[in-house]
Write a protein that binds this ligand. Structure first.
Ligand code: KDG
Ligand code: MG
Length: 402
């Protein structure tokens, strides 16, 4: 088999997605997600200008060799743009291989290790009462795990609180919108949310929370400690994880489990925090961490240190990424949980998929490949629209992490 064409498709059915479609001389094709939220066109150019010309004529079945060719061969390793582009190629090639073998991708990876993949949904509200109500909606839908976020009194808008409750979309402006942040107000308010949720619904569901990189290590230690009575499944991105030493300090103060890694691109970003057992869940996912090939390597390393997977699954990760991730999750021995922010009906229509939700879990389906396709005609009806994630400032105007 030979690769004949590598086609980049950009579409915006409510939000931007970049998809790579690799065609072969045998009529089989595979698709991969290449979406990098707020910087989409950088990956488009990387793929069209540099990667696609090198793929023509290559044997698509040599997935590992092509991965190494793109990683080692470009000299400039790692980084979100490079690794998202490599991921798209890798995902498309696994899709082709599984289609050629006439089996769902999870079978090719080693078969199912579980019946389905536990997911968590996003309950959020502008205040605690609204979030409590949303948690109830998710339990009614059958979710076993729910992430809870709430607005903070005195702060006009914050991460994780959306206008549309089912389809959270933070990248929504032609120029970055500005949020305001107060750690003091957040630290006082957040434990009250979880006290109320447990008081209302008891302890039958897993609860998760995303701090979104905003605290110092000692503040994160304080939050983790104050949340211990409510037994969280995880506290996510409690500090910006550029400096692994930070997590040692957090660990000294709390046994609330820690999840990190949605912005990581490589095993090198998380090697030290895994091998020092400073985290409990690794959040890397297919599209931003070099595809199935590299995610396997990260998960294998993690399995040696009791670290389980918790793949990122926000709406900016396309259904193609979700399909690939679900096949990976059904197989991976050290699976923890999968994030599931639902896509809008428009997005679902552009990306017909085999995966389905039942009783708080997703199954990738049994279609050969990863089970997700793209309707190109429909995709063409939604042209690219520039959109940025917000930026964040302290109340005195100082820039901080969003
Ligand atoms: O593109 C950024 C989003 O994917 C991110 O803000 C969502 O933190 C996020 C999460 O946990 O889903
Ligand atoms: Mg997050």
């Amino acid at each position: 088999m030979k690769i004949t064409k590598a086609q980049v498709i950009v579409t915006c059915p409510g939000r931007n997605f970049v998809t790579l479609k690799i065609h072969t001389n045998e009529g089989l094709y595979g698709i991969g997600d290449a979406t990098l939220n707020g910087r989409e066109k950088a990956v488009v150019s990387y793929l069209e200008d540099y990667v696609a010309p090198c793929l023509i004529g290559k044997d698509p079945e040599r997935i590992e060799d092509i991965w190494q060719y793109l990683y080692r061969g470009c000299y400039w390793r790692r980084g979100p743009v490079t690794m998202s582009a490599i991921a798209a190629v890798d995902t498309a090639l696994w899709d082709i291989k599984a289609k050629a073998a006439d089996m769902p991708l999870y079978q090719l990876l080693g078969g199912a290790s579980r019946d389905s993949v536990m997911v968590y949904g996003h309950a959020n509200g502008t205040n605690i009462e609204e979030t409590i109500e949303e948690v109830g909606k998710y339990t009614d839908l059958g979710y076993k795990a729910i992430r809870a976020q709430t607005g903070i009194p005195g702060i006009p808008s914050t991460y994780g609180v959306s206008k549309d409750k089912m389809f959270y979309e933070p990248a929504d402006a032609e120029f970055p919108s500005e949020n305001v942040w107060s750690t003091e107000k957040y630290l006082d308010h957040t434990p009250k949310l979880f006290e109320k949720i447990r008081g209302t619904y008891g302890f039958d569901h897993h609860l998760l929370h995303d701090v979104h990189h905003r605290l110092t290590p000692i503040e994160a230690g304080r939050l983790g400690k104050s949340l211990e009575p409510y037994r969280l499944f995880w506290m996510e991105d409690c500090v910006a994880a550029d400096n692994v030493e930070s997590l040692k300090l957090v660990r000294q103060h709390t046994v609330t489990p820690l999840a990190i890694g949605e912005i990581f691109n490589s095993v090198w970003d998380c090697k030290d925090m895994i091998t020092n057992q400073l985290i409990d869940y690794i959040r890397t996912t297919v599209v931003h961490a070099g595809g199935i090939t590299h995610l396997k390597q990260i998960a294998s390393l993690a399995s040696l240190y009791h670290v389980r997977t918790g793949c990122h699954g926000a709406t900016d990760l396309s259904p193609v990424c979700m399909g690939a991730s679900l096949n990976f999750n059904l197989w991976v021995p050290n699976f923890g949980i999968q994030e599931y922010m639902r896509h809008t009906p428009e997005t679902d229509e552009v990306f017909p998929h085999a995966y389905s939700f039942n009783k708080g879990a997703l199954h990738p389906g049994n279609t050969p490949g990863h089970g997700v396709d793209i309707d190109e005609k429909l995709a063409a009806k939604y042209p690219y629209k520039r959109a940025y994630l917000p930026v964040n400032r302290l109340e005195d105007g100082t820039m901080c992490n969003w």
